[in-house]
Design a protein around this ligand. Structure first.
Ligand code: GCV
Length: 685
């Protein structure tokens, strides 16, 4: 990596405590082709990391050498773990077999074994991480550390536009595009290294809203560059994916229809895909946003989402490719007076009826909640609803609604909650984690995707601490039993400092940061009180009378959306007992109660507080706790690099203004609506 951008967790700072491993100055490779590009990259990384951290100059043992005292053995193995319920022939299994690795200590030697070269690459990154985190090597590896990734597809979705802007990007411009051209430079390679090092194996390189030049990605204009990009990624075990314009037949094909059942439309796609895969053989498939927020789709022609997805999937099947079809389909032209239409219901209503109809190389990509990446939402009922369909979870590490990489909001605790959610789709293996790992239904394809938070800022993610979400997403997607604290600690030690005080202080900032953000923003799961369009900062009524289906329904008596059986009926989309729990004002957990129910301000929560007092308390507390986080950060001056210190400090100043604004606006709004004063007489404007 050069000095034009931060090295983040691949900084490989010198480490002293592993001096005994300086003996590992040799390596040898058994069973892999030495020219395999992934093996070459793995060796390059190993040599680089060991040189920088331990001062070792790694050499390959050649035939003429006598066996050295100690060496690193990189070996092909056939011993692969069996997944419990995975279909023996499924693509999931094939991916995981290739990616699994084992590291053990044999005598003086360290052995990294895998079936596929990508497993070796992951093993190398694991070993380097162990050193970088100052973990004890014998403790980590002497009993053998065998890791099989939990999720087969671990994907980053870029919302980068070809003009260089990033939709919902908070860390500069795109490093993939400038002026409608694809950029390939050193940063492209380093990006591949960074994300492969945390286990990402798929990247969608353009915005799901495919417009303008991006519609031409599947034309001669971009083939060569895309192929090059695909090859670079493939060298790090990463599959290249492109977002597709569903209406390509019209926009670039000269047809007057995009009807998935129209023979001319099919014929156009067939010919187009033959050309695309001939020119970009490394391409693994497409992501499609159809019939959503003004994007075209099969509904225009009276067809179903399955008709659209299957048409494309059938055509790309012969190239071994997949179609990832987003479930973010809802009516974005709602009248706020209409209390029956419910955006939360839309995903399930649009996609459940065709469960079982989607072909086996279609994956439905489902946002974690039924609305849109709010700081708190229930888990989408499609997860655990769909039983005969390949599924992927979609989360967002671009902090669109969670502080825009100004406010610190470490999202891994939230992702852990989502993954651990019991859907009750069966007696066992019924969590979201089980479903997306492919375990529950023996899925052919499954996994997890995040809308990424990267850009061409020096530090990649705008706020250095937002790097923890990029790092953490990858680590969690790879090993979903890791806890949020371990992930945070790895990130801090590798990226910022391995001084214990620094590590602990930053952990004390990161770990509660999501809860703090939630406290000073929208109460009790209601969401959406954000500034329209930009989505940063508070505007309680900003979306209240708009067309987007995002209402809090506050009046002088109470607030919240009735999604029970007496309201929109959304609560009934869940399996039992979730359905009954959410349907009942009494049983519904506090943190989601306004998502499911319209409650009076004096309704008493499980916490013993009234709704209105909860609003006041959580906002005052959230603001105070944000100040405490900022004060903690100030204690690190001089103990972390000036670059990092200043970057985060400057953002904390903005976060405090934001937190104060939220606190004041929300409290004043609800005081004015309800007329009920704060029990503790605090300042409400
Ligand atoms: C890419 C939200 C965002 C949009 C985004 C959309 C989506 O509505 O605000 O910017 O579009 O989600 O996920 O498709």
């Amino acid at each position: 990596m050069n000095d034009n951008y931060a090295k983040l967790w691949l900084d490989y700072k010198p480490r002293n405590i592993h001096q005994e491993y300086k003996r590992l100055t040799y390596f040898c490779i058994e069973g892999f082709d030495r020219s395999d590009i992934i093996i070459c990259n793995a060796i390059k990384e190993l040599s680089f990391g060991l040189r920088k951290m331990l001062g070792i100059s790694l050499k390959e043992i050649d035939e003429n050498d006598s066996t050295p005292e100690a060496y690193i053995l990189i070996r092909k193995t056939n011993k692969i773990s069996e997944k419990k319920s995975a279909d023996k022939l499924s693509s999931n299994k094939e991916i995981l077999d290739r990616e699994e690795f084992e590291i053990s200590i044999r005598g003086n030697n360290l052995c990294i074994e895998a079936l596929g070269s990508v497993g070796i690459l992951y093993g190398v990154f694991d070993f380097l991480r162990t050193i970088a985190c100052d973990r004890n090597i014998p403790d980590t590896y002497s009993k053998g550390r065998k890791i099989r990734p939990t999720n087969p597809l671990r994907m980053l979705d870029h919302w980068d536009n070809m003009d260089g802007n990033i939709e919902r990007g908070y860390s500069g411009k795109s490093f993939f595009y400038e002026n409608n051209e694809i950029i390939i430079n050193e940063r492209t390679y380093d990006y591949a290294r960074l994300i492969a090092s945390v286990g990402i194996n798929a990247v969608v390189i353009n915005n799901v809203n495919v417009k303008a030049a991006a519609s031409y990605m599947i034309t001669d204009r971009y083939f060569d560059k895309l192929n090059k990009l695909g090859e670079i990624f493939a060298g790090y075990g990463i599959g290249l994916f492109i977002s597709l314009n569903y209406a390509s037949t019209i926009e670039i094909g000269g047809l007057d229809s995009a009807d998935p059942l129209d023979e001319n439309v099919r014929a156009w796609w067939k010919e187009k895909m033959a050309e695309v895969f001939r020119r970009i053989p490394s391409l693994k498939g497409f992501l499609v946003k159809a019939d959503s927020e003004g994007r075209p789709g099969p509904f225009t022609y009276g067809r179903t989402q399955a008709d659209g997805a299957n048409m494309l999937a059938d055509i790309v099947k012969e190239y071994g490719a997949i179609i990832i079809w987003r479930c973010f389909v809802y009516n974005c032209r709602q009248d706020w007076r209409d209390t029956k239409t419910d955006r939360a219901r839309a995903g399930y209503d649009n996609f459940m009826p065709m469960d079982g109809d989607y072909h086996d190389n279609v994956i439905l990509q489902i946002k974690n909640g039924p609305m849109d990446f709010q700081i708190r939402e229930p888990v989408s009922p499609l997860l655990g609803g769909l039983r005969k369909t390949n599924q992927m979870l979609e989360v967002q590490i671009a902090q669109e609604y969670t502080g825009q990489q100004i406010d610190v909001c470490y999202l891994i605790p939230m992702f852990k909650e989502i993954l651990g959610f019991k859907t009750y789709c069966g007696k066992e293996n019924d969590t979201v984690a089980d479903i997306i790992s492919g375990e529950t239904f023996g899925s052919r394809f499954s996994g997890i995707a995040a809308v990424t938070n990267t850009g061409n800022d020096f530090n990649w993610t705008g706020n250095y601490l937002a790097g923890a979400n990029l790092f953490g997403f990858g680590r969690l997607a790879f090993e979903n039993n890791l806890d949020a604290e371990t992930i945070a600690e790895e990130f801090i030690r590798m990226t910022i400092s391995d001084d214990d005080r620094v590590v602990n202080t930053i952990k004390e900032i990161l770990l509660p940061s999501r809860a703090i953000y939630e406290k000073y923003t929208c109460p009790l799961g209601i969401g959406w009180m954000v500034t329209p369009a930009t989505h940063y900062g508070c505007s309680v009524d900003g979306y209240e009378y708009d067309r987007w289906g995002t209402y809090h329904r506050a009046d002088h008596l109470g607030l919240g959306v009735d999604r029970s059986d007496k309201g929109t009926g959304y609560a009934l989309q869940y399996n039992e007992p979730n359905s009954s729990v959410y349907n009942s004002k009494k049983k519904c957990p506090d943190e989601l109660v306004l998502f499911f129910h319209h409650l009076s301000y004096d309704h008493v929560l499980h916490s013993g507080k009234t709704v209105i007092q909860h609003i006041y308390d959580s906002h005052f507390e959230g603001f105070d706790e944000a100040k405490e986080m900022a004060a903690k950060w100030e204690t690190l001056k001089g103990d972390v690099s000036n670059e990092i210190y200043t970057n985060v400090s400057e953002r904390f100043k903005r976060q405090l203004l934001n937190a104060r604004e939220w606190c004041d606006q929300v409290n004043s709004y609800f005081y004015r609506k309800s007329g009920i004063p704060d029990k503790y007489g605090r300042q409400i404007w």
